[in-house]
Design a protein around this ligand. Structure first.
Ligand code: PLP
Length: 387
């Protein structure tokens, strides 16, 4: 059976060049990067070269990159670390209602520990308003954390303006860029970003590796304690093969960014329009512009998202409803509800996410399969009324 993978926002295939770069670090150059002997020095050099590759992709200095175990850990270190370090200045944090659980749950934890958090609303396209952000700032605000691009509906936020606003008020600005890095050009200097989270497995690198960018001079407390790895911010022996692979993935993403964006945008638009034109009562979730080049999110009236995912899976198509991390819970997506969708339309959502490996032929296959599957599911639904 044909298999088409359109769940690249959940995770991506590792690039063969990334695998090649990683292999020697498992059984040849396997030293601990903290050791003084030649094996250790070899590993340490590999880490520094990966640090440069990651820094180059986002316009940072290598010394501002801290390796972590992924996007979730980067978000936790940034949010808890800044909140705890600046407690004497204030205990207010601003975020948005559509963040990933890695941010929302961390903010909730802070609320349970004496901090107050403002969750900014979004409009129908998932955009946070700058006016709302400005209004939410108080003398107590120490951190603004707003994602660069949303993992479910692909909305890209105006982080440059948000960063400028934060800087003007002396507030740390963190952005979760897990979904955007490698798909949206981003320069931390230009965009006034103080802290940024990246995850390797979303850009064709291995899982369990990520980075936190932190501008020099940012006031932060560590939240993990141990040996002094990553300048005390993320202790634990570095995952050298993983970090080497992550670095290579960033280098490839940097070199191919323009071509990848062009290719994915064309396929995304064909997929999006194709479904919307052939399936009645289907609506696009998220914006038409300022949208991730690999994200399609469509709700189908009177269709249960989970039933749709199962039917697509039987046709060999991997997709998701809501976000993969929360698709095991039978609650409607908090992102779609925050963007104003009814519960019914939120339940009927389908996310298809592309990668640089997605082909025209795969898009044609999906366009052929989706309409009859939706029609069949509707024919069994008591909610469906044909006009
Ligand atoms: N932030 C966003 C926006 C994500 O989409 C994800 C994963 O889906 C994460 C954070 C978590 O990243 P990781 O899986 O590397 O912990």
């Amino acid at each position: 059976m044909k298999r088409v993978y359109l769940d690249n926002s959940a995770t991506t295939a590792v690039d063969p060049a990334v695998i090649d770069a990683m292999l020697p670090y498992f059984d040849k150059a396997y030293g601990n990067a903290s050791s003084f002997h030649s094996f250790g020095r070899e590993a340490a050099r590999a880490l520094e070269s990966a640090r440069e590759q990651v820094a180059t992709l986002i316009g940072a200095k290598p010394s501002e990159i801290y390796f972590t175990a992924g996007g979730t850990e980067s978000d936790n270190i940034a949010i808890l670390g800044v909140a705890y370090a600046n407690r004497d200045k204030g205990t207010h944090i601003i975020t948005s209602a559509i963040e990933h659980p890695a941010v929302l749950e961390t903010c909730k934890h802070l609320e349970e520990n004496g901090f107050s958090v403002t969750y900014l609303p979004v409009d129908i396209d998932g955009r946070v308003s700058l006016a709302d952000l400005r209004e939410a700032i108080t003398d107590e605000t120490v951190l603004i954390t707003i994602m660069h691009a949303n993992n479910e509906i692909g909305t890209i936020q105006q982080v440059r303006d948000m960063g400028a606003l934060a800087r003007d008020r002396g507030i740390v600005f963190h952005t979760d860029a897990v979904q955007s890095i490698g798909k949206v050009p981003l320069d931390v200097e230009f965009s006034n970003i103080d802290m940024l989270s990246i995850s390797s497995h979303k850009l064709h690198g291995p899982k369990g590796v990520g980075a936190l960018y932190m501008r020099e001079g940012t006031n932060i407390s560590p939240i993990l304690f141990g040996g002094g790895h990553e300048r005390g911010l993320r202790p634990s022996t570095e995952n050298v093969p993983g970090i080497v692979g992550f670095g290579k993935a960033c280098e490839i993403a940097h070199n191919r960014l323009d071509d990848d964006v062009k290719q994915m945008t064309a396929l995304r638009d064909r997929l999006m329009q194709g479904i919307l034109e052939t399936v009645p009562k289907s609506v696009l979730n998220g914006p038409c512009s300022d949208r991730l080049c690999n994200n399609v999110n469509i709700s189908f009236e009177a269709v249960e998202g989970e039933a749709l995912i199962l039917a697509l899976d039987r046709a060999g198509i991997a997709a998701s409803t809501g976000s993969a991390c929360s698709s095991k819970k039978s609650t409607a997506s908090h992102v779609l509800l925050a963007a104003g969708l009814s519960e019914q339309m939120a339940y009927g959502s389908l996310r298809l996410s592309l990668s640089r490996y997605t082909t025209e032929e795969e898009i044609s296959y999906v366009l052929e399969k989706v309409p009859p599957i939706v029609q069949r599911l509707r024919s069994m639904s008591p909610l469906w009324k044909e006009e």
